[in-house]
Structures are given as structure tokens and as C-alpha cells.
Unconditional design. Structure first.
Length: 660
């Protein structure tokens, strides 16, 4: 598992890509007309597979990517358009055009500055255009130096200095001081009061000056003119508040232009308007939180995470992890799906708000390793993430508000509906229902913003031209969803929150280094059974299990922290592993009792400690029962070789880049 300071290696379906299956090498040679990928091994054996079949083999680590066949893809560079010459005053345009004529007269003809020769060129050109006051060679040389850098005529525009006199600058400084102190604040003083304060300030200032240094009184009309010339948005932000100003001056832009899928993914959290019960006790647990990720181009929901814990970096990383990975295994957890969920791949950019969970070091480091750009949208500005906000409303009206136990979004809608008494949905059922709604309802419903197309159709169409990338090693996604930390390696291994993690591979690092060195690690909030340690010599992560496996099995990290606190309370600061195990049993008994508590807050907290979330449900072992109503995708019949070779060749791509 690669990691650390190296950028994560990616792969996509390109001609020449090779997978290892034990000792067999399967080379991707073409995508056929019917959409299947055709592979060939050294013996000439042909294998035709659907994309999802290849991804299943990759995710199960049956097929491993040959790193030597990875193509290099460059990062896109976006350029801003400079201001056009026509945006400047006419007089400035004439000056720039005149200067360009003289620059062209000497530029490229005589590379070295020669005053005598340049003077002749300038005089000849002046006669040609009828210029009675031609510039001197030194001036033309200065213009050439500016023009040579950018080759833009705007570099020849005149530089205009402020026309204010020294005294006017001094009077305006007085105006600025008074404005900052008395006008640009929440007191909202009238302009008339500003005029009076400026007049008093001038009188006091002149009292200590010589007659020749007296500052002239500032006319009331001048002060009003200066106030009117202030930026209204800045003044309103200071006087009315930032939120009021932001709403007042927000712009209704055209729709965000996104060319391809995975170019922009929006992620946000919301509490669901639904009371959820415990599966065993049938007691009310409360309202869960939903973290959702949506692809802007297709409106396809690419991932979600459901939990009773308040949003954190863990919930965001779990959602991002599901967004990147293929979804075939998810659909096998439940029965009755009629459609596929083909959304997967590393996005170019994720748009987030300014919540604390989105500013965590864990999320920033994960996005850095995966080369994902992060766009933080201002707080209280839902219009900057319109697509995720819209899908939350659609989910609420289309599913959540139709379920028994809904609290609706406001008290008027709720009326006399007794949410807690009607609640019958547990977290497992809710996970199934949300997945079903996403795959078989939302993704296949015509969308007005997509011109009447469905998100599924738009995704499939855009996927034909988009290079969708995944990490070379499927385990890298799990590692990157971990929380980063640094710990020292000792002879007993690495200690994290009172637990020791150690094995032979870890001690080999210590033997090579010859000292107790600090290592980068990744730990996980949903379990304490293992951590991933970055090997500074092999430049990859090693999975290291906890030494005391009888204690850590099926233990949530939050429950472990409570068990440690219980052990300190019960046995003091120094306690044994057996005492910690005893404390774990105490905490599990407390959690069990809390699930049956009369207080819903206690039951909800206990649910969070019990790993009641969508990830634990979807990542559990597959159900032995098979979907009864599933429409199976039969692999198309293989076609003759050479048809519709639309896979880009790796070597050709590299050759083109070298030529560029």
C-alpha cells in the first residue's frame, strides 16, 4: 500500500494495461463494440469481461495492476483570460497602438540596442505614420522590454499615477480615519455626523500647524462625494453584517459549467427527519446523520454514510471512500435492485462547506495523497453548493417524509403526527431503503437540470469519454480513509491510546534504522484491531495488528476510550490488560443498559458506540441469500478482434506529451 509523501499511483482502462493473476499476465488490448474489455495472456488466451467484473477482481485483489504498464497523465492547467485592450479608455488604446508601431519597427530587426540604428528606424516609421513627435530610442527600448515578456499590447498601456495633490491626500486620510472609526461599524451613524466629526478633526489638526501648513476645510459636498464613492458592499458588510451583505449582493450566475463526470463532487451533511429504532429492543434511538456525495455533471449520487454520531472527519472519509470504490458489492447486501450503480473513480475536485469536520488534517492529507482539489464554500451560502442542497430536499420529500417515524422538516407539516410512536425503521432497514431509493428511483428519474435525461444515462454517456482512475492497490482507499498520526517505534512496537501494535515486519524497520524512530501511522475510528504504519524504506504502508487480540476484537475506538477511562477510575493510572478487558465488559454492559434507557439521548449515544452505521452494515459479510428479483447482466458475446478500438494507447499518449 503506497503512501506517505508519494503521490498515490492510479490506473485506468487503457490499452496496454496489464493485470497479474498469480503468474498469469492479462493485457488489455481493446474495448469491443459491445462495451466489454478484451484481455489476452501470454498463451494467446482471450478473456472478455465487463468493467464491473474487472473491478470486482481488482477490489478482491485477485487481479493486481502491473506498475510498469501505468500510463502517465498530466494535470490540467487552467488559464485566466487577461483584460482585452478594448476594455481600456480610447486614449490609452491610441497610446498603446502607437507604441506597438515603434516596437515592431525595431523588434526582431536589430536585437541589440544600437542608438544610431534605432534612431533611423524610428524616424522612418514616424514619417510613414505622420508622427510629429517620435519617441527617443531609450523610450522604445523600455517598451520593447515590456512587450518581449508577454507579447501583449496591454503591456504597452501607460502607467497612470494618482492625480491627487499632497494636501488632498492629507485631507482624504482624515476622511478615511473618521470613516473607519464612526461609519464602517454597526452603529450606523448618518453621514451628517461624519461631516461634523471631520470638521472637528480638521480644526484640532490645524491648531498645532503653522499658517502655511493649514489644512483647508473639507466641503460637505466633497465628503458626500467620497462616501458615495465607497464600495457599497464593503460598507454594508461593516454596517449591516457580513451575512446581510452577502445575501444582498449575491449573484444569480449561469449554471456551473462542468464538462465531465467526476470533475466536481459536492459533499455535505444533514440530519434526517426520521426517528430510527434499535433493531433488537425496538426502542427509539433518535435521528441519524447522513453524509452524501453527488457528482455535479450527472447528478449521480456517488456515495453516502449514515451514522448516529455527529459529523466528523471519519464520516466524511467514509463517504469519500464509498464514492471512489465500485459499488457492485454494496448491491449484493440486499435483495431486489433492478439497476446498476456504476459510479466510481477519484474525483478532480470536491466542494465542501466550512464545517469543522471538513477542515480536519485527515481529510486534507487524504485529498493531497489522492491529488483531489478541495474547494471550501463560505458558511451559510447554500447557493454555492446547489446540487447537494437540492438532492437533500429531493431525498426528504421522495423518501424520508414517506416513512413511518418521520419528523417532517417543520412543526406545521408534522401536525398531530406522533413520530416516536410511529417509528419502526432501524438503521439496517434505513440503509437498505436509501440505497434502493438512490439506485432504482433517483438515478433513473428524468431530471429537469439534465434536459430530461436521467442521472444514470448521463453518467454512462459521459463515462465513454472520461478517463476514470482508481488507486493501483484497492487497500489504499481504506488506508487513506484513516486518521493520520505519528508515533515512536520501540522494541514492543507502537503504542496508540494504550494499545500496543507489533509484528516482525515492524521490528525489521527498527533493525534497519538502528534506533527508535518516529513513523507515520493511520488509525481508524470504527475499530482498534489494527493500524497501518508507513515503512520509510519500502515507501508503503504495513498493516500491523494489536498484540492483545482478545480485547480489541469488534471494538469501536470510542468504546475503547471509555473503557480506558473506566479502567483509570476503577484501578488507577496503571492497569493491566486483564483489567482493561474487565473495564470493556463494564462499558458494554453500560451501553446495553443505555440502549434501554428512558432518555433518547442516552440511547442515541449508545448506538454510536455500538457501530450502528451504514459502513458496518455494507462492509459486513455477504448475505447468503441471493436477490430474487435481480436482473442479471449477461456478458455480451465476444466480437471479432479489431472492432471499435477506442482505448487510448499508453505509449501513444506518452509520445504525444513528449512531442508537446
Amino acid at each position: 500500500m503506497r503512501g506517505g509523501d508519494l503521490e498515490m499511483m492510479r490506473f485506468c482502462f487503457k490499452k496496454g494495461l496489464i493485470f497479474f493473476e498469480m503468474n498469469t499476465r492479462w493485457m488489455l488490448i481493446r474495448r469491443q463494440y459491445n462495451g466489454t474489455l478484451q484481455f489476452e495472456n501470454e498463451l494467446g488466451e482471450i478473456k472478455n469481461l465487463l468493467d464491473k467484473e474487472v473491478l470486482t477482481l481488482w477490489q478482491a485483489r485477485v487481479w493486481l495492476v502491473d506498475l510498469q504498464t501505468l500510463g502517465q497523465t498530466g494535470d490540467a492547467i487552467y488559464h485566466t483570460t487577461p483584460a482585452d485592450l478594448s476594455t481600456y479608455p480610447t486614449r490609452w488604446q491610441e497610446i498603446a497602438n502607437r507604441r506597438l508601431i515603434y516596437v515592431n519597427a525595431v523588434f526582431g530587426i536589430e536585437e541589440k540596442f544600437n542608438k544610431v540604428k534605432w534612431q533611423k528606424f524610428i524616424e522612418f516609421k514616424a514619417l510613414e505614420i505622420g508622427d510629429e513627435n517620435p519617441p527617443c530610442p531609450e523610450s522604445v527600448l523600455a517598451w520593447v522590454k515590456k512587450y518581449r515578456i508577454s507579447k501583449s499590447i496591454t503591456s504597452l498601456l501607460p502607467s497612470v499615477k494618482s492625480g491627487k495633490s499632497r494636501k488632498e491626500d492629507e485631507r482624504y486620510a482624515i476622511f478615511e480615519d473618521v470613516i473607519k472609526a464612526a461609519f464602517l461599524n454597526s452603529q450606523k451613524l448618518p453621514i451628517r455626523e461624519i461631516v461634523n466629526r471631520i470638521s472637528r478633526r480638521v480644526i484640532l489638526l490645524n491648531a498645532s500647524k503653522q499658517p502655511e501648513e493649514i489644512v483647508k476645510k473639507i466641503a460637505q459636498s466633497t465628503i458626500y462625494r467620497w462616501v458615495n464613492n465607497l464600495r457599497n458592499d464593503i460598507a454594508d458588510a461593516a454596517r449591516l453584517g457580513a451575512n446581510v451583505a452577502r445575501n444582498k449582493y449575491r449573484v444569480a450566475h449561469k449554471h456551473l459549467k462542468i464538462a465531465q463526470i467526476l470533475e466536481r463532487v459536492e459533499i455535505d451533511n444533514t440530519p434526517l427527519d426520521l426517528i430510527v429504532i434499535d433493531e433488537l429492543t425496538k426502542l427509539v434511538l433518535g435521528k441519524p446523520w447522513l453524509t452524501l456525495a453527488i457528482d455535479v455533471k450527472s447528478r449521480m449520487i456517488v456515495g453516502f454514510y449514515l451514522s448516529f454520531n455527529t459529523p466528523s472527519s471519519h464520516s466524511v472519509l467514509q463517504c469519500l471512500k464509498q464514492a471512489v470504490l465500485p459499488k457492485q458489492q454494496i448491491l449484493l447486501k440486499f435483495d431486489g435492485f433492478k439497476n446498476a450503480w456504476p459510479a466510481y473513480g477519484i474525483p478532480d475536485l470536491i466542494a465542501l462547506d466550512n464545517g469543522m469536520e471538513f477542515h480536519s488534517d485527515a481529510l486534507k492529507k487524504t485529498c493531497f495523497e489522492m491529488a483531489i482539489q478541495i474547494l471550501f464554500c463560505p458558511a451559510a451560502t447554500p447557493w454555492t453548493k446547489p446540487f447537494i442542497e437540492r438532492v437533500f430536499r429531493t431525498l426528504a420529500k421522495g423518501l424520508i417524509h414517506t416513512l413511518p417515524g418521520t419528523t417532517f422538516s417543520n412543526i406545521i407539516e408534522r401536525g398531530d403526527y406522533a413520530s416516536e410512536e410511529e417509528a419502526v425503521i432501524d438503521i439496517k432497514t434505513l440503509t437498505h431503503l436509501i440505497t434502493k431509493w438512490i439506485v432504482d428511483i433517483y438515478h433513473v428519474t428524468p431530471h429537469r437540470g439534465l434536459g430530461g435525461n436521467t442521472p444514470l444515462a448521463v453518467w454512462n454517456e459521459s463515462a465513454k469519454t472520461r478517463i476514470i482512475e482508481l488507486p493501483v492497490n484497492a487497500l489504499e482507499i481504506e488506508v487513506m480513509a484513516g486518521i493520520p498520526a505519528r508515533r515512536t517505534l520501540f522494541h514492543y512496537g507502537i503504542e496508540l491510546e494504550g494499545l500496543h501494535y507489533n509484528d516482525k515486519k515492524l521490528q525489521e524497520i527498527r533493525r534497519i534504522s538502528g534506533t527508535n524512530l518516529q513513523l507515520d501511522i493511520k488509525f481508524y475510528e470504527d475499530q482498534v484491531e489494527y493500524i497501518d504504519v508507513f515503512d520509510p524504506f519500502l515507501k508503503e504502508y504495513l498493516r500491523v495488528e494489536a498484540v492483545h487480540d482478545e480485547y480489541v476484537k469488534n471494538l469501536h475506538r470510542s468504546a475503547h476510550r471509555l473503557a480506558r477511562a473506566q479502567a483509570r477510575k476503577k484501578f488507577g493510572d496503571h492497569f493491566t490488560i486483564m483489567q482493561l478487558l474487565e473495564s470493556r465488559q463494564d462499558i458494554e454492559l453500560i451501553v446495553e443498559q443505555a440502549i434501554k434507557s428512558k432518555k433518547m439521548a442516552d440511547r442515541k449515544a449508545a448506538a454510536g458506540l455500538s457501530r450502528l452505521d451504514s459502513a458496518s452494515i455494507l462492509n459486513s459479510e455477504k448475505s447468503k441469500s441471493r436477490p430474487k428479483n435481480r436482473v442479471k447482466d449477461e456478458p455480451p458475446q465476444p466480437l471479432d478482434g479489431g472492432l471499435d478500438d477506442d482505448l487510448p494507447e499508453i505509449n501513444n499518449i506518452n509520445d504525444k506529451k513528449d512531442e508537446e
